[in-house]
Design a binder for this molecule. Structure first.
Ligand SMILES: Cc1cc2nc3c(=O)[nH]c(=O)nc-3n(C[C@H](O)[C@H](O)[C@H](O)COP(=O)(O)OP(=O)(O)OC[C@H]3O[C@@H](n4cnc5c(N)ncnc54)[C@H](O)[C@@H]3O)c2cc1C
Length: 305
């Protein structure tokens, strides 16, 4: 029986691990992919204290991992498939077997929200991407489209312009004037063309993206745009599926916690981007992880299991 199982190896999970181990608890952290979560997509982090001038997401997470391992955190590359209450404790079904634990910290972060158009699922990884930093270099000297209306879309269009021959920013609104960040850089970048007031209604191609079907939201006119890649930035969705039937979620599926990171189910804690929070950043995920671990320890002291 573990004291704490932490699900997710981003900044929230790693920090929960450091605090829980240092509290003398028996802890394991499960990560289904690469340690680091969303931070791995951050080319440069310029707002996390302690790194004047900034640090790459990969390097920052490398340091967090080193720190966690140095204090003795056990990290396993494993995916959790199910969390089931078990006499006041929990039984977790993972890819590699089952584990019993007194508490669970859900630090599973968020994933990209899909656009929801025909062809998107089929061509995912074959030209459809949700991460410019991960996949941008595959599109050297080729035309690509970025789809989305927020600052993230604008930022990624700018990043992709380093590699691509042309970047079309397919924007749902009339202009990008209302955007806060990077607007000027976009307007001054000759490789970027904003296609305003437009939505994607389909993706062309069988084995790889060959183009997009676009539709003007005002006139209804449709046309084809020839691109080799489509980068989607239409928002995020929380990875709360493991506990969606156990704990209270908000209307977008984010886990609701109190200020001690307790969910509505005693013994289940949530930390970082997966919870309802006014700010999703590394600094806030780290803070949540620390709080969750400390209150997990207090909860364990009350248990009979
Ligand atoms: C492109 C980009 C740039 C960013 N830049 C910045 C920045 O400059 N500054 C800043 O402060 N923030 C930045 N952020 C936000 C920051 O990355 C997040 O706020 C932070 O990573 C949240 O940490 P987390 O631990 O909650 O979740 P995540 O970092 O998302 O980690 C969650 C982890 O859980 C794992 N997981 C999910 N489900 C399971 C499961 N069932 N079993 C096992 N493991 C599972 C995932 O694989 C993932 O590794 C950026 C985000 C992006 C996408």
């Amino acid at each position: 029986m573990k004291d704490v199982v932490i699900i997710g190896g981003g900044p929230g999970g790693l920090t929960a691990g450091i605090y829980a181990v240092r509290s003398g608890l028996d802890v394991v952290l499960y990560e289904r992919g690469a340690l680091g979560g969303s931070v791995l997509n951050a080319e440069k982090v310029e707002n996390y204290p302690g790194f004047p001038g900034g640090i790459s997401g990969v390097e920052l997470i490398g340091r967090m991992e080193e720190h966690a391992r140095q204090v003795g955190l056990s990290v396993e590359y494993n995916e959790v498939h199910e969390v089931t209450p078990n006499n006041g404790c929990f039984l977790l079904r993972t890819r590699d077997g089952e584990v019993l634990t007194r508490t669970v910290v859900i630090a599973t972060g968020t994933g990209p929200r899909p656009l929801g158009v025909e062809g998107e699922e089929r061509l995912r990884g074959r030209g459809v991407s949700y991460c410019a930093v991960c996949d941008g270099a595959f599109f050297r000297d080729q035309p690509v489209a970025v789809v989305g209306g927020g600052d993230a879309a604008v930022e990624e269009a700018h990043y992709l312009a380093r590699f691509a021959s042309k970047v079309y920013l397919v924007h749902p609104r009339e202009s990008i004037r209302r955007l806060r960040l990077n607007r000027k850089r976009i307007e001054e970048n000759p490789k970027i063309e904003v296609i305003p007031n437009t939505e994607v209604t389909g993706i062309k191609g069988d084995k790889a993206v060959e183009g997009l079907v676009l539709k003007n939201r005002e006139t209804g006119q449709t046309w084809d745009l020839q691109v080799k890649g489509m980068f989607v930035y239409v928002g995020i969705k929380p990875n709360s599926y493991l506990v969606e039937k156990l704990v209270d979620l908000d209307d977008r599926g984010f886990i609701i916690t109190d200020e001690r990171m307790r969910t509505s189910w005693p013994g289940i804690f949530a930390a970082g981007d997966v919870r309802r929070t006014p700010l999703r950043q590394i600094a806030t995920a780290v803070a949540d992880g620390a709080v969750a671990a400390i209150w997990a320890e207090k909860h364990i002291a009350t248990l009979a299991c």
